[in-house]
Design a protein around this ligand. Structure first.
Ligand code: HAM
Length: 420
């Protein structure tokens, strides 16, 4: 063991488990790619002000959880706690919205950092795959994104997830609701910190997990009862489109999310087997974010799904992913000449698309055959000097133990046939 351990709240992804992680990333991205979303990659850190303005000065993410630092040159930066603000910044910087084809549809995949209290499913370094559609206000687009996320989960075989849906209103109706909520909250018996929150960010109080607070919130005014006609109509259309696509959802009038940029449609995917960190993904519409970070009006919508938690949810459901074998063929050379010949053969097989590995380090046959078994390969190719003199190698089926000679020139073809 080394003197060092991975920092608190982080973990290493190692084979064989890392294969499932990669497969989940790919499966989440696949529906978005098929729907015309292009890949975007932004830096792991940004100007701290981007997140302060975008995610919100009063959110936990910005006030407590950001890895912020100043560089030797005095620039204030932060490791990215989320992807939306960065992706929108990148799109604006490159003027993608001016290319005349709105919405700009982008997907991304990467590491995010939040200084949170670590627990099962909550890490300080975690992984998201996200999709953002920038510059269009259309309920069909909101529905498209939700459907893409649902299809991603379904393609992985995940079953026990629920979709919670809400609308947070727009700049017309939200302020009226906010004031009504503040009036209600000011009359409750709350601690000082929560009282402060009422003035800065009253919607977040609805999300307080404490029993004593929740009990007092039973009669709190709800945004659904304060939506303006335009928001009501928009939300109704999103709901109808989801139903038409066979997507089940639960209306959750208390769903507020932890980021301030949301307007109208908001949603979260939860998985009940995950305990308190049950959100496997979330997103919504953010019509004002572009202006908040100095851009033009660009109504947008998107989501990010947590890869770590999706892997945990799959595990909790006992879903076995159909992963490609790491190794199909394992070559065991006996002697110096065989080493060269079989290495050339392994290279040829790999070039032909077969996953092949080799007994390195001049292992004896017993050890090498053990490695072949451990590699998970279906076939072993064994050859000694006598085989090579006859122009053959022995191809062994590792499950049945059956073995027979195959002419060297025909190995690649034979192996490919036997692997299908
Ligand atoms: P978020 O809800 O903060 O939204 O994060 C999305 C997902 O990332 C969560 O549902 C969860 O699965 C995962 N996640 C968040 N924090 C952690 C953590 N500490 N450990 C493990 N997993 C975590 C956003 O980030 C928004 N940018 C989503 C969005 C995109 N909204 C519009 N567009």
């Amino acid at each position: 063991m080394s003197t060092f351990q991975a920092p608190k709240g982080t973990y290493d992804l190692l084979p064989p488990d890392s294969a499932a992680f990669l497969a989940v990333r790919e499966a989440i991205a696949a529906p978005a790619r098929r729907a015309g979303y292009g890949y975007v990659e932004t830096p792991g850190f940004e100007h701290v002000e981007l997140f302060a303005r975008g995610v919100g000065e009063s959110t936990d993410i910005v006030t407590k959880e950001m890895y912020a630092f100043s560089t030797k040159g005095g620039t204030e930066l932060a490791l990215r706690p989320e992807g939306t603000a960065s992706v929108l910044r990148a799109a604006l910087q490159a003027n993608l919205h001016k290319a005349g084809n709105l919405p700009v549809k982008l997907w991304y995949s990467g590491s995010y950092y939040r200084y949170e209290r670590p627990q099962a499913g909550r890490y300080r370094h975690f992984s998201q795959v996200g999709a953002e559609a920038i510059g269009a206000e259309d309920p069909v687009l909101d529905a498209e994104l939700v459907i893409l996320a649902v299809d991603a989960y379904r393609s992985l075989g995940l079953r026990d997830f629920r979709l919670l849906l809400n609308s947070l209103g727009d700049k017309e109706c939200r302020p009226v609701y906010r004031a009504a909520l503040q009036d209600f909250l000011r009359g409750l018996d709350l601690d000082d910190d929560t009282r402060k929150r009422i003035e800065i960010n009253p919607l977040r109080v609805l999300d307080d997990k404490r029993e004593a607070v929740q009990r007092q919130l039973a009669d709190a005014p709800l945004i659904v009862d304060h939506l303006c006609e335009a928001c009501k109509d928009y939300h109704e259309q999103v709901r109808e489109l989801l139903t038409a696509a066979g997507v089940a959802y639960e209306d959750d009038p208390r769903l507020v999310r932890g980021l301030d940029y949301y307007t109208r449609t908001t949603f979260e995917f939860v998985h009940d087997a995950l305990g308190s960190q049950s959100a496997v993904g979330g997103g919504g519409r953010y019509d004002g974010l572009s202006e908040m970070i100095g851009g033009p009006s660009l109504p947008s919508v998107g989501w990010a799904l947590g890869v770590d938690r999706t892997v945990l949810a799959l595990r909790a459901e006992g879903v076995e992913l159909d992963l490609p074998a790491a190794t199909d063929v394992y070559a065991v050379p006996l002697g110096e000449q065989a080493r060269r010949t079989l290495f050339a053969l392994v290279t040829e097989l790999r070039r032909a698309g077969v996953a092949a590995d080799f007994a390195f380090g001049g292992k004896g046959i017993k050890n090498a055959m053990k490695s072949a078994d451990r590699s998970g390969a279906r076939l072993a190719i064994v050859a000694g000097e006598r085989d090579l003199a006859e122009g053959v190698v022995q191809v062994k089926d590792l499950a049945s133990g059956e073995q027979g000679p195959v002419a060297l020139a025909e190995v690649a073809e034979t192996v490919k046939e036997r692997l299908v």
